[in-house]
Design a protein around this ligand. Structure first.
Ligand SMILES: *Cc1c(COP(=O)(O)O)cnc(C)c1O
Length: 395
């Protein structure tokens, strides 16, 4: 019996669900790319982007995925032989650090405690020991999509201030912008990196970098600048065309315009709150499913779990089979385990354009698959998740 008809559902931590409104906005024939509507809309996208990161800094758009935006951030602000301190709490900061190394930087890794977020004290101790300020940048991820951890960026900044260390603070918010509270200027972040396909509800293909005045000053003396990524060329007063170092990503600009409108209509605070509620619903279900030796949260402390994605250790349960049952049997695609957790975890993304039927449907389908596998469960997660949603519906 095949149940798998209807619309397929992806509950991966990116690419996330693209709203129909965004998809429709992309359905346009090719406009004039030198002036007219497209240029006006593109200018409005650049003008509205800083508010998404809560900054008055400069926004840049790369025609790339998140990895491209990482490279844009590094090459524009650092020099060969600069040392970067990579705060590792999952998988992604290390990937960013590996890029820095290949570009000619020295990369040192500071690990978070096992299954936890970066400890600001560890950062402060390391920076205090760096007496002659060899470390030029601290690289950290707000939400690591592999481990499901949330790092407290404000506390990490505080640790840098306490150590009176001048390094640039660079934060990867690819899996958290448009999902989780983020205040670039209030928190004193120098560089923020984002991508279009997660909380920002646009297909993969745009990378974003936001730079404050300190980052723009560092840019002046950076010697890793390269023609395609270079900010100076992109900011020149000549044709708007140069903002993209060539042909604009036409359909993505229309998509981004619509996504920014949707974000403005809902309001960032409301978006963060909605993600908190959905994350609580997912966590209530996972807590109910958890058993000794069976499923459990990867991140141990509840306050360190991300509101945009949850990583679940699968214990004795065959996560590959769970995936297969969900996807082939029910049309639900979950996130696979990444890195060291590849064989022993799965992930539920809860980011972006979501409503209760989507979240509850995902959870109920996972539970059905667990039942189909005869997997151990402490209790039904569906009721616990529904209670979280019910509390909100009643208010
Ligand atoms: C998805 C993701 C990336 C990589 O983005 P790509 O678009 O796949 O290059 C980097 N960092 C984090 C935290 C992510 O979630």
């Amino acid at each position: 019996m095949k149940l798998n008809r209807g619309r397929a559902v992806t509950s991966m931590p990116g690419p996330s669900v693209i709203p129909d409104r965004v998809l429709s906005a992309m359905h346009v024939s090719m406009p004039n790319i030198y002036n007219g509507d497209l240029i006006d809309i593109s200018k409005s996208v650049f003008a509205d982007l800083p508010a998404v990161a809560r900054t008055t800094g400069q926004a840049f758009i790369a025609i790339s995925n998140g990895h491209g935006a990482w490279e844009m951030a590094l090459t524009n602000t650092l020099s060969r032989d600069d040392k970067v301190l990579v705060l590792e709490s999952g998988r992604f900061a290390v990937g960013w650090g590996e890029q820095a190394k290949m570009l000619g930087c020295e990369a040192e890794i500071l690990h978070a405690p096992n299954r936890a977020s970066i400890d600001p004290n560890d950062l402060e101790i390391r920076l205090r020991a760096d007496k002659d300020h060899k470390i030029k940048a601290v690289l950290v991820v707000q939400v690591d999509t592999a481990s499901g951890v949330w790092n407290d960026i404000a506390a990490l900044r505080q640790a840098m201030n306490s150590a009176q260390h001048p390094a640039l603070l660079m934060v990867d918010c690819i899996a958290s912008l448009g999902c989780v509270e983020y205040l670039m200027d209030d928190w004193g972040v120098d560089i923020t990196v984002g991508g279009s396909q997660k909380g920002l509800m646009v297909p993969p293909g745009l990378g974003f970098v936001w730079a404050n005045a300190k980052a723009m000053a560092a840019h002046k003396s950076a010697d890793m600048r390269s023609p395609y990524w270079d900010w100076t060329a992109r900011l020149s007063e000549q044709a708007h065309y140069l903002r993209y170092c060539g042909t604009a990503p036409v359909q993505h600009i229309y998509a981004m315009r619509t996504a920014l409108d949707m974000i403005a209509e809902e309001g960032l605070e409301e978006i963060w709150e909605r993600h908190t509620i959905f994350a609580n619903a997912v966590r209530a279900a996972v807590a109910a499913w958890s058993t000794p030796g069976g499923l459990e949260f990867n991140i141990i402390a509840p306050s360190q779990r991300s509101n945009s994605t949850t990583t679940i250790l699968s214990g004795s349960i065959d996560s590959a089979r769970l995936h297969k049952i969900c996807e082939a049997g029910a049309g639900l695609t979950l996130g696979i385990g990444l890195g060291d957790l590849a064989a022993q975890s799965f992930r539920i993304g809860h980011m972006g354009h979501l409503n209760p039927p989507m979240v509850l449907g995902t959870l109920a389908t996972v539970e059905a698959a667990l039942l189909a596998m005869d997997a151990p469960m402490s209790a039904s997660g569906i009721t616990e998740a529904a209670k979280i949603i019910a509390k909100e519906l009643a208010s």
